[in-house]
Design a protein around this ligand. Structure first.
Ligand code: CA
Length: 230
């Protein structure tokens, strides 16, 4: 996989140059954008293999860009690694909720950044194709490829992560998944997400499912499962 194309969206030019230098040295092809709007336009036009996305940007910020990328079919599957000066858990959780694959906290060492980029690209290549399969269970249809969920025939708006969690659970009704398995299914292995982040996603998912929230059962001390088919 030589010359994978990385898009850097970052407004600080010295950081852009530091990243560019190290990526090029490691055999990557690099394009840079200095604003969020330019980054989004480049992502749509170039369809890079991975996007390094700064959180604090003029105009649309990193979280808005991440959301826009995930909502567009053409860019929904491009891995995103957030660059954040803020180590606060809330920003990181929000970013992951919006579908970012990993994050690096500034200041970072180029070696660590390259390692993260490689690991995210590797993870994406190994992602099983069956995670894109549409499934129907009870009166719910989940189509990850189209980022679409229908409950009783009506569309339900889910975040990228919520859809992944629902797809995992509903793929094996009655089967209990612990929080680690849920995190891996959503983001891949080696991911520093807290149990609480999984619980937050379940809460959001149940709220959006309304009366069908009961389909997702809590198994105390273990995790969650989708209610077995009657
Ligand atoms: Ca910035």
């Amino acid at each position: 996989m030589a010359h994978e194309h990385i898009l850097i969206v970052e407004d600080e030019e010295d950081i852009v140059e530091l990243i560019r230098y190290n990526l090029v040295k490691n055999g990557f092809k690099v394009t840079a954008a200095l604003t969020g709007d330019e980054g989004l336009a480049r992502a749509r036009a170039l369809l890079p293999d991975l996007i390094l996305l700064d959180l604090m940007l003029p105009g649309q910020d990193g979280l808005e860009i991440c959301q826009a990328l995930r909502r567009d079919d053409r860019t929904a599957a491009i891995p995103v690694v957030m660059l954040t000066a803020k180590a606060e858990e809330s920003d990181i959780i929000t970013g992951l909720e919006l579908g970012a694959d990993d994050y690096v906290t500034k200041p970072f060492s180029p070696k660590v950044l390259i390692a993260r980029v490689r690991s995210v690209l590797r993870r994406k290549r190994q992602a099983p194709a069956k995670s894109e399969e549409a499934i129907r269970v009870k009166d719910i249809v989940i189509n990850p490829g189209r980022h679409e969920v229908l409950a009783g025939g009506k569309p339900v708006e889910l975040t990228f992560s919520e859809l992944r969690v629902l797809h995992l659970l509903a793929g094996r009704p009655g089967w209990v998944f612990n929080r680690d398995q849920i995190v891996i299914a959503v983001h891949g292995e080696g991911y520093p997400v807290t149990d609480r982040a999984v619980d937050v996603q379940i809460v959001g998912l149940r709220k959006k499912l309304g009366a069908r929230a009961r389909y997702i059962e809590t198994v105390r001390g273990v995790g969650y499962r989708f209610q077995e088919q009657a």
